[in-house]
Design a binder for this molecule. Structure first.
Ligand SMILES: [Zn+2]
Length: 238
């Protein structure tokens, strides 16, 4: 156990590790430290580097799928090809993945709370927000974003735990307690092993929340002044 822990630190402090995108590093840390079973993320197209990282962290990955893209390395010096990999904490998890997944099982393997997976599979926001309000948040039309816009209209801010959301992770609500609890754990594990990856994750989420804040500002110009009004979907004009 001690040896395994020590070898993980050897990988996390290596030059090869730092060639990976910091957000991909955050994903991989959560799988390698057995915090969640599986992640979809970038890795590296350099086979030798990839094998060294996978072996050193005792994790497995399914061959890349999807189109190849190009991405600046986190060091900003080189441009690497990039594709999406499925990274798993064990061969057993990989076998479950390749055997075919329901959305619920996929959500569980990605570490998401059951309540959030339920909202993802069968969303409820259309019952609480009007089509006009939903349209106003564009492609962020899901319950978490709508509630976040409501919080900003009320002059409040999102709990800081959400700064550590992984890309594509969507809590079912801004008050989702299981999400807040797991994000506190994820944040501490990523911070401990790779502070730069944690910092990048926070920056990306803050940028996303700034966009939601801008949407709240636009809605305010249209007369919406509170989350209650946002849920009503209309503004009383004098
Ligand atoms: Zn939830």
């Amino acid at each position: 156990m001690l040896w395994s822990h020590r070898s993980h630190e050897t990988i996390y402090s290596s030059a090869a590790w730092r060639t990976l995108n910091p957000v991909d590093r955050a994903h991989i840390i959560l799988v390698a430290e057995r915090v969640k079973p599986m992640a979809y993320c970038g890795l590296t197209e350099l086979r030798g580097v990839r094998n060294c990282i996978l072996d050193g962290l005792d994790i497995v990955a399914l061959e890349a799928r999807g189109k190849i893209g190009w991405e600046w390395s986190s060091m900003g010096l080189l441009v690497f090809p990039s594709r999406t990999y499925t990274v798993c904490n064990s061969a057993k998890t990989l076998k479950v993945f390749t055997g075919g997944l329901s959305i619920r099982l996929e959500g569980r393997l990605l570490g998401y709370p059951r309540c959030c997976v339920e909202e993802y599979t069968c969303h409820t926001y259309e019952k609480e927000f009007t089509p006009e309000v939903i349209r106003s948040v564009g492609r962020w039309a899901f319950r978490f974003a709508l509630e976040a816009v409501g919080l900003f209209l009320d002059g409040k801010s999102l709990p800081r735990e959400f700064n550590y959301l992984m890309p594509s992770q969507t809590p079912h609500s801004v008050t989702c307690l299981p999400s807040l609890k797991l994000l506190r754990r994820w944040a501490s594990v990523i911070e401990r092993h790779d502070p730069e990856a944690a910092k990048t994750l926070v920056e990306i989420n803050r940028r996303l929340f700034a966009k939601l804040q801008a949407m709240a500002a636009k809605l305010r110009q249209r007369g919406f002044t509170s989350s209650a009004q946002l849920r009503r979907g209309y503004v009383h004009r004098p």
